[in-house]
Design a protein around this ligand. Structure first.
Ligand SMILES: Nc1ncnc2c1ncn2[C@@H]1O[C@H](COP(=O)(O)OP(=O)(O)O)[C@@H](O)[C@H]1O
Ligand SMILES: [Mg+2]
Length: 301
């Protein structure tokens, strides 16, 4: 056996099985473990991961960081932050996960990197949000309100008039607002998987509603062969310093591609159904090649 991988997840499921099989084929044993079950123990070297009491894993693959109190989430992220200092590479790294889970930070980093993304605002003040929405509606624009830490298309609202603005308590006290970019035709957007810096698979998602997430019932189809899709997805992934990412893009009414969000723990079951690429295999290869494979001179030793 070449080594052992901790697969951080509460629910290994289909993705966990695929990854475990892909790693096994490459000589690595991947064991699922929940971050909530890990603990800090300075007497035992710092971090104890159930199933790895006899020695830390060679690497960790993050498939899920479950929600909880702020304290619980911070402790779970502590493990991801400290493991590299203990010689255990973490895929995706904690910083990348933090940046992408927070949609406001994602938007800022995309903007700083010059990656096209819709006009976006984030604020705590209900009065500021209302005045923004009034101005946008007066210009004939709609806004999309998203949970700052949202995923899978849950909790999104389209705001077409100032009366649509919910009270601050209804959105955890933060208004993350993005200009609605009407799709060029029908309800559809794109998901591109970038692994190790290169776009490796892409699909068109056709939504049952304007929310084109697979988790919301969107149908998957192979994406058109547009090199711009891959180029923008790669730029978005670089902007967030990710090993791999699932990038959501949409074409606006004038046909221009724009990046809606970048996912650091993307699901790929829908994408796998429309691509020949072996996605779990690509991820396992990338983690091993860039973080674990020994240098040729070491291999000879
Ligand atoms: N600004 C927007 N304009 C139009 N549609 C949007 C916009 N933002 C999100 N959507 C739709 O909602 C879906 C979910 O939004 P996204 O930002 O990816 O959040 P989530 O993390 O929930 O997937 C997108 O895939 C897209 O179909
Ligand atoms: Mg999304």
């Amino acid at each position: 056996m070449n080594g052992r991988i901790a697969l951080f997840t509460d629910d290994p499921g289909w993705h966990g099985e695929r990854l475990a099989r892909a790693f096994a084929r490459r000589g690595y044993q991947a064991r699922p473990v929940a971050l909530a079950d890990c603990r800090v123990d300075l007497e035992a070297g710092g971090v104890v991961i159930p199933g790895f009491e006899d020695g830390l894993p060679d690497a960790a693959f993050v498939r899920g960081v479950s929600g909880g109190s702020l304290e619980q989430v911070v402790l779970r992220l502590d493990f991801l932050h400290v493991l590299p200092a203990l010689g255990v590479p973490v895929y995706n790294p904690a910083r990348a996960i933090e940046k992408s889970v927070d949609k406001a930070m994602t938007s800022l980093l995309l903007k700083l990197a010059g990656v096209p993304t819709p006009a976006t605002w984030a604020m705590e003040s209900e009065a500021q949000a209302r005045s923004l929405l009034m101005g946008e509606c007066a210009r004939g624009q709609e806004l999309v309100l998203k949970p700052l830490f949202g995923s899978q298309g849950k909790g999104l609202r389209r705001l077409a008039s100032p009366a649509d603005l919910p009270p601050a308590e209804a959105c955890q006290g933060v208004y993350y607002l993005q200009r609605y970019v009407g799709p060029a035709a029908g309800w559809e957007d794109y998901r591109v998987l970038v692994v190790g810096g290169a776009a490796r698979a892409a699909m068109t998602r056709r939504g049952a509603t304007w929310i084109n997430n697979v988790a919301q019932g969107a149908a998957c189809a192979p994406a058109p062969g547009d090199p711009e899709l891959g180029r923008l997805a790669e730029a978005a992934t670089r902007a967030l310093d990710m090993d791999y990412a699932g990038v959501d893009l949409m074409r606006d009414r004038s046909g221009r591609l724009t990046v809606l969000e970048v996912n650091s723990i993307p699901a790929w079951r829908g994408l796998q159904s429309v691509t020949r690429a072996d996605i779990a295999g690509l991820l396992a290869d990338d983690l091993i090649d860039r973080h674990l494979a020994r240098r040729p001179e070491e291999r000879r030793a």
